[in-house]
Design a protein around this ligand. Sequence first.
Ligand code: DX5
Ligand code: ZN
Length: 218
Amino acid sequence: MEYQLSPSILAADFGRLGDAIQEVEAAGVKWLHIDIMDGQFVPTISMGIPIVSSIRKLTDLFFDVHIMANEPSHLIEDFAHAGADMITVHAEACAHLDRMLNLIHQYGCRAGVALNPATPVCMLENILELADMVLLMTVNPGFGGQIYIPYCTEKIRKVREMADKRGLNLDIEVDGGINRETIGTVLDAGANIIVAGSAVFSGNIRENALVLKKMMEK
Ligand code: DX5
Ligand code: ZN
């Protein structure tokens, strides 16, 4: 299984975004987590399509776009053209999740399904085979720098078990409150894609990314 650190640029200094991206690349990172918020599904607004297309010109990193927006079907084409490699939508935000995942694939992107902490993993029952990745939120989405919610660990175990039972090579991404203290727990539970915002972009970016990557090698 592929293990990747996916630094969330939500925690970066947007005035120096290009420099921040160079720093994570210098640490050997391959993925970049890009949080899109609509001010409806989550309380606040983060960034949109112009930022994704601007940074697409700067890097070949794998763009892991996490859309926190209600009914985002009208946005998929634009994000795909802006350079998204993976597009993840929230199960809670899509009335027609099956159709949404197919739509993402039609635009040539990998498709992910995200679940909020309070959403049970049984939501995945019928669509697991349609998803390339499951993103388990380990904080309530909307803001960086929050504290990991402990009951989410069991959800990671359950999804890994579901995938193994079906013989699926599923990526399980965790997002929220992951740092040097919590990363071991989520890896042990079965996560293989690790989002980290403040734990990467506060302080020495390159060193932070190197430390977390090293912890993932064990
Ligand atoms: C929260 C976002 C996260 C956020 C994580 O809604 O989805 O990706 O940037 O930030 P940290 O790692 O600081 O909890
Ligand atoms: Zn995210």
